[in-house]
Design a binder for this molecule. Structure first.
Ligand code: GH3
Ligand code: MG
Ligand code: MG
Length: 350
């Protein structure tokens, strides 16, 4: 990954020795003994502990500003630069993990506001934190940016020590949020995402779809005759079967922002930002579960199977997550009534 960055982008090249152990003076003339210097040393230590695993994209049309910001940041994170809004979007959509974007407001071609709007309209970047960098100290502009979802503002001329601390604070919050969602978002039995993660992801994809007008896919999946499986082999064997089925479902959601989740009990859900080929995908999934070959004493086909209901649709402002789930659930119910071991999909025309 680092190699990739070095090759693809102008990575900021340390002009110094690369020794990150010393607190950066940041050029504000504070002596090493001052309280501020001691706090700075502690902050730097905490950053090093956190590791340089986070990535910040610096977007500015002015090369001097990019260089300055990158120099300030490179001790605490990986830095990628973009010189225009278009380049920023291209990188943000392509890079698997940009944690934060430092975004110049006034740029030729596309303003920072337009870039933010585009970021919020794509599921890959809808959650990416943005800090605006602006030369204008205008209350209305600042309010506008914050209302659009920027997490903070940095004002030009750049004051390195302040930028550094603001960035460190945001990066720390982002890391904590990431860790928390990992801790809270997994299903204990199967290891895949749980209902909580799923509900969050569905809400995000709904909001993105409202903004972008683009369709996404949602499927509810239920194991057939599972009560009888438990009754025949016992609950622990049922647990093992659920883990195997979950692993198969997870294989159908490996692309970024696709999500496979345990919705509850023996029900699972799939969320696909791109709805193309939903019916074929669900049918492959159905066959993959059959191919597990988990013996079932009472199904007509002798092995454990699933049924699924899937919708490909886009969301309007008055579309609620519950509406979407209800529509997928109605199809699942029909698939069950029609005999199980089958999938039903409804693809809205756009
Ligand atoms: P259908 O084909 O209509 O879906 O029939 P079914 O038997 O699968 O559906 P039903 O809702 O009647 O039963 C669901 C069963 O799933 C009953 C319940 O014990 C089992 N189940 C739910 N959660 C778990 C679990 O975590 N572990 C095990 N082993 N079984 C579970
Ligand atoms: Mg069920
Ligand atoms: Mg069932």
């Amino acid at each position: 990954m680092t190699l990739h960055h070095t090759q693809m982008f102008r990575r900021v090249n340390p002009m110094s020795t690369g020794d990150t152990s010393k607190p950066q003076g940041a050029g504000n003339g504070t002596s090493a003994e001052s309280p501020a210097a001691r706090w700075r040393a502690r902050a730097n230590y905490a950053e090093r502990l956190a590791g340089l695993s986070q990535t910040v994209l610096v977007v500015d049309d002015d090369p001097d500003n990019r260089l300055l910001l990158s120099e300030i940041l490179r001790q605490q994170c990986r830095v990628i630069e973009a010189s225009s809004g278009a380049e920023a979007l291209e990188i943000a959509f392509r890079e698997p993990r940009v944690d934060l974007i430092l975004l110049d407001v006034m740029m030729p071609g596309m303003t920072g506001y337009e870039v933010l709007e585009r970021l919020r309209s794509d599921v890959r970047t809808a959650d990416t934190a943005v800090i605006f960098v602006t030369g204008q100290d205008d209350e209305n502009e600042e309010e506008k940016g914050l209302l659009m979802g920027a997490v903070d503002y940095v004002f030009k001329p750049i004051r390195p020590a302040i930028v550094r601390v603001r960035l460190a604070n945001q990066l720390k919050m982002i890391a904590q949020r990431h860790q928390m969602s990992l801790l809270l978002g997994r299903d204990a039995l199967t290891g895949i995402a749980n209902r909580r993660s799923f509900d969050e992801a569905l809400e995000r994809i709904r909001e993105v779809s409202i903004r972008s007008g683009r369709a996404f896919g949602l499927a509810l999946i239920d194991v057939d005759f599972f009560k009888q499986y438990n009754d025949s082999f016992g609950h622990p064997a049922g647990d093992l079967a659920l883990r195997e089925i979950a692993a198969v479902i997870a294989q159908f959601a490996t692309a970024p922002h696709q999500l496979a989740a345990r919705y509850g009990g023996e029900e699972f859900a799939l969320l696909l930002p791109d709805a193309t080929g939903l019916a074929a995908l669900l049918d492959s999934l159905r066959r993959a579960v059959l191919d597990l070959g988990l013996k079932h004493p009472t199904t007509p086909w002798g092995v454990v199977s699933i049924s699924a209901g899937g919708i490909a649709t886009h969301a309007e402002p008055d579309t609620h997550a519950d509406d979407l789930l209800r529509r997928a659930d109605a199809l699942l119910y029909e698939a069950k009534r029609a005999g199980r071991n089958r999938i039903l999909t409804r693809l809205d025309s756009f």
